[in-house]
Design a protein. Structure first.
Lengths: 88, 590
């Protein structure tokens, strides 16, 4: 983390983590579950007799979404304290 | 004890609970009524949001929706959950920090324009009213099916119950009844699911059962399902049978539509802090996922179970005789949701895809003269589950209470969004700004009563297009409110002209595209082009258009913003302030 504690630095750190989370969000749903499903199907991994893409479409993406929100919450709580903008 | 008495007792007990909560959680101020005074625990709010979000359609129809299409309809699963990531990252914390009562209020203040606020009110009313029709109809149907009363009587009972806790308690009453309703609906959904999963896969957890071994055949469950479907001329369950483009656009429309639905957004105004708003979205998604991970399992398992019941010795052998069909089929035939017709007069039930040209030769060779399961309503997969699994009567009674809980909790959330837009955004802010808090509270209660009356009326006389309007609601939320809210937070320079132009372009383009293919105001025969893939612009289905509407909204807003003056200094400061959490508690009593 940088020494810059300005609101602008806080905001750009926030935008950075949002961008990373949304890339993962899109990758597991639009990517793994739909567009990249044929690629994943080439891997020698199956879950319950079906290729990985199907699992991402029905379960994997939802589980990833939950992890993403809690990760973001945890990250932002830390960031809020670090920049002194938390609510305590 | 008869099933009817049992249903009556369980549903009656759940209603008594909701009314008890309503009396305990009366609203004393407008802050109570609109936002439960921002005192709701984030986990409680998560459960309330889940009940608010999961409608009668999620509860009764979702498993069937997925089971009858397979992989392609995974869009519903991803779309209706992925929206919560957008809410948690892009909207909820900032709107909570802003600390007001309604969604149009944010748009009006941020874009410093009553005009923008009124456009937002119009979008909100169109979205929420179309959505509430489906809920009221769903509640009426659930009543008539389980409690053997007339549809209309059922609707009146449902309205009366919602009236008591919504008018009395506002958001405060709604929140705590939604918490109770969540508990009822998730219990009702899970119990039969666990039993069917045990029966088919020996795994008590349905989401794991879906990806494990089918006990009877020793094959993976999904492989077995693919196999029997293909053997009967249907397309396989796990394959892609739509275009990738539409699957992506439809999933995206559901995601941004979810994030833009006002009745979901206002739930995040009820928590004490900005950090709570983020956390609460995560909990909401956990509570939603409990049902959404179970639904595809229930769908696939029930489907396989029904096929193997019809073909007990495999699809190559003869199907069961009509007079030897199981009891649950007999009882659901009486409801009209399931119907057989012995087309080749052999006394057996042939279930296959008679529209498949490849399969026609096989069917002919076997002496089949058409699919004999002439009606197979997708809702059966959930509704008949307790009987298929031979569970005791109280489980079926629980399903009745669960279906009603799902319908009523969503209806109440929508009604609050509608009534607060009327009493707060139209009355208090535009028409009668001088009214006191007490008068506004009375106005909010009266508009709630009117909203309930309107919803009841529309539920009794559904405009014949209830199923399609839900697509319109999502498309509009995606194309109008979501982009306006997001730009209000993430673009400091976004101004009135840009936001209003964007919302109007999003609104008009989406409405026009949907009406072109589905008919003006959904009146059959008034569509200008046939609703088939070769007529769709660039192959985009009208159901998937919300994404395009949102893109047009963003693009228009950006161009107009570049051509017009920057927003005033104090608005840019307002945006700065909503971007940081500190100070949110101060907005509790605004």
């Amino acid at each position: 983390m940088s020494a810059d504690k300005s609101p602008a630095a806080y905001w750009s750190a926030n935008i950075r983590v949002i961008t990373i989370c949304l890339i993962i969000w899109a990758l597991v749903s639009f990517g793994f579950a739909i567009l990249l499903r044929p690629l994943l199907a080439m891997l020698p991994i199956t879950i319950g007799g079906v290729d990985l893409g199907f699992w991402f479409a029905q379960q994997g993406s939802i589980l990833t979404f939950i992890v993403l929100i809690f990760y973001y919450t945890w990250y932002m709580n830390r960031l809020d304290r670090e920049f002194g903008v938390d609510e305590e | 004890m008869s099933q009817f008495t049992l249903n009556l007792i369980v549903v009656g007990a759940s209603f008594a609970l909701y009314i008890g909560i309503a009396i305990w959680a009366r609203a004393g101020t407008t802050s109570d009524f609109y936002t439960a005074s921002r005192g709701v625990n984030p986990i409680v709010n998560g459960a309330a949001t889940a009940a608010d979000w999961m409608s009668a359609a999620s509860f009764i129809s979702m498993a069937g929706l997925i089971a009858f299409v397979g992989y392609g309809n995974s869009s519903f699963l991803m779309g209706w959950t992925g929206g919560y990531v957008l809410l948690a990252l892009l909207l909820a914390p900032y709107l909570r920090k802003f600390g007001r009562f309604t969604v149009p209020e944010f748009i009006g203040d941020r874009f410093y324009s009553q005009g923008a606020r009124i456009v937002a009110v119009i979008c909100l009313l169109v979205i929420s009213i179309t959505y509430v029709i489906g809920q009221m109809t769903g509640a009426g149907v659930a009543f008539s099916r389980f409690l053997e009363v007339q549809n209309t009587t059922g609707l009146f009972i449902a309205s009366a119950v919602v009236f008591i806790y919504a008018v009395l308690g506002g958001m405060k009453g709604i929140t705590y009844t939604q918490l109770a309703q969540y508990c009822v609906l998730i219990t009702a959904y899970t119990i039969p699911a666990v039993f069917i999963s045990m029966q088919l896969t020996n795994n008590p957890l349905p989401p794991l059962g879906l990806f494990s071994t089918h006990a009877e055949s020793g094959l993976p469950l999904l492989t077995k399902l693919d196999q029997v479907l293909v053997e009967l001329g249907f397309h396989d369950y796990t394959g892609l049978h739509t275009t990738k483009l539409n699957m992506v656009l439809f999933t995206m429309s559901l995601m941004i539509g979810t994030a833009g639905l006002p009745h979901v957004i206002i739930r995040f105004f009820t928590v004490p802090k900005v950090a709570d708003a983020r956390k609460s979205a995560g909990w909401a998604l956990i509570f939603i996922a409990l049902l959404y991970l179970t639904a595809p399992a229930v769908g696939a398992m029930a489907k396989l179970n029904i096929i193997t019941t019809i073909y007990p010795d495999g699809t190559a052998a003869e199907p069961i005789r009509y007079d030897e069909r199981p009891d649950w089929m007999r009882s659901w035939e009486q409801t009209g949701l399931l119907a057989f017709e012995d087309k080749n007069n052999d006394g057996r039930i042939q279930y296959y895809n008679d529209r498949s040209e490849d399969f026609a030769a096989i069917a002919e060779a076997r002496g089949w003269e058409g699919n004999e399961v002439v009606t197979f309503n997708q809702d059966i997969l959930v509704l008949a589950n307790p009987e298929i699994a031979q569970l005791p009567g109280w489980v079926l009674a629980l399903i009745a209470a669960g279906g009603l809980a799902a319908a009523l909790s969503t209806a109440a959330g929508l009604l609050l969004a509608i009534s607060s837009a009327i009493s707060h955004d139209l009355l208090k802010s535009v028409l009668m700004p001088k009214i006191t808090d007490k008068q506004e509270l009375l106005a909010a209660r009266i508009s709630m009563a009117f909203a309930i009356a309107l919803a009841t009326y529309l539920g009794m006389n559904p405009p014949g297009f209830a199923a399609q309007v839900v697509a319109l609601a999502f498309g509009l939320a995606a194309a109008t409110l979501f982009p306006a809210l997001m730009m209000g937070i993430f673009s400091k320079k976004m101004n009135t002209a840009g936001a209003v132009a964007g919302m109007l372009v999003g609104l008009l383009s989406t409405v026009l595209y949907i009406f072109t293919y589905l008919g003006w105001f959904f009146i059959p025969g008034t569509n200008m082009l046939p609703n088939t893939p070769d007529n769709w612009l660039f192959g985009v289905s009208p159901l998937s258009f919300g994404t395009i509407g949102a893109i047009l909204n963003f693009a228009t807003a950006y161009i107009v913003m570049k051509l017009t003056a920057d927003p005033p200094e104090h608005i840019q400061e307002l945006v700065e302030s909503i971007r940081v959490p500190r100070g949110a508690a101060g907005a509790v009593d605004h």
